[in-house]
Design a protein around this ligand. Structure first.
Ligand code: PXP
Length: 246
C-alpha cells in the first residue's frame, strides 16, 4: 500500500503570516521542505492542492516540488481552465480532480462525475494527451465508479470523509459502501485509492476494505509532525499501513 502525503497544511501555516518564499526570505514553514522530510520518512508521493482562491499552496510551491523533489507529484485541482493550464505546464505524474467551492473548509464531498461528465471529459483528455494520469475523487457510490470508468480515469480516490466522521454502526455502514465501490473499481481495472479524514486511529477499520492501492493523507500527518517532526510522523503512518493485507 502506497502513501501519498498531502502537505497543503504546511502552506496553510505559512499563509497565516507570509506569502511564498519567493516573496519573503522570512516565509516559513516550507511545503517543499515538508515534502523532502516526508520522503525521508517513506512517503511514496506528494500531494498538493492549488485551490482557486490560493488559500494555502501557491503555484511556486507546486513548481518547486515538481522540479526539486524526486517523488511522484499528485496535483489536486478543481476542474477549471485556469487550473488545467497550470497542470499542463506543471506536468505532474497524476492529477486528482476534486470539487471545489470557495466556502468549504476543506474538500467536502466527492466529485459528481455522473452530472459533470461532459465538462470533465475535455479536461481528462487534455491531461491524457500530455501523459498525465487522472484520478477522480468520488464518493463511494456505484454510479460514480461506473461514470469514472466511462471517462477513462486511470484511478479513483474514494472519499473517506463520511467514514472518518462516523462511529460505531454508522462506520460499519461506511466501510460497506467503501468495500462495494472498491470491488467495482478493481473489477473494472481502475486503481482504487482513498483519502480524506484518515488518521492514526481510524486506519485499522479502513483496512477491512480490499483492493486499496494508495492512501492520501494530510491533516493528521501534519498535525502529528508538529509534535514529532514530519519524517517521524510519516514513518509512524507507514508502520500502521504495513498491517494492510489488501
Ligand atoms: N484527498 C483529497 C482529494 C483531498 O482533497 C484531501 C484534503 O485536501 C485529502 C485527500 C487529504 O485529506 P486529509 O487532509 O483529511 O488527510
Amino acid at each position: 500500500m502506497l502513501l501519498g502525503v498531502n502537505v497543503d497544511h504546511v502552506a496553510t501555516l505559512r499563509q497565516a503570516r507570509y506569502r511564498t518564499m519567493l516573496d519573503s526570505p522570512n516565509a516559513e514553514p516550507s511545503p517543499f521542505d515538508a515534502a523532502m522530510d516526508a520522503k525521508a520518512g517513506g512517503a511514496d508521493s506528494i500531494t498538493l492542492h492549488v485551490r482557486g482562491d490560493r488559500r494555502h499552496v501557491q503555484e511556486d510551491d507546486a513548481f518547486l516540488v515538481r522540479e526539486e523533489c524526486p517523488l511522484p507529484l499528485n496535483f489536486e485541482m478543481g476542474n477549471t481552465l485556469e487550473l488545467l493550464k497550470i497542470a499542463l505546464r506543471l506536468k505532474p505524474d497524476f492529477v486528482c480532480l476534486v470539487p471545489e467551492t470557495r466556502e468549504e473548509v476543506s474538500t467536502e464531498g466527492g466529485l459528481d462525475v455522473v452530472s459533470h461528465a461532459e465538462s470533465l471529459k475535455p479536461t481528462i483528455e487534455a491531461l491524457h494527451n500530455e501523459g498525465v494520469k487522472v484520478s477522480l475523487f468520488i464518493d463511494p457510490v456505484i454510479e460514480q465508479v461506473n461514470a469514472s470508468h466511462s471517462l477513462k480515469a486511470e484511478m479513483i480516490e474514494l472519499h473517506t470523509g463520511c467514514f472518518a466522521n462516523a462511529f460505531g454502526e454508522e462506520r460499519k455502514h461506511e466501510v460497506t459502501r467503501l468495500q462495494k465501490a472498491s470491488e467495482l473499481g478493481h473489477s473494472l481495472g481502475i486503481q482504487v485509492n482513498a483519502g480524506h479524514g484518515l488518521n492514526y486511529d481510524n486506519l485499522e477499520e479502513l483496512f477491512t476494505v480490499s483492493h486499496l492501492v494508495e492512501l492520501n493523507i494530510g491533516h493528521s500527518i501534519v498535525a502529528r509532525a508538529l509534535r514529532v517532526g514530519m519524517t517521524q510522523a510519516v514513518k509512524e503512518m507507514r508502520a500502521l499501513m504495513s498491517n494492510y493485507s489488501g
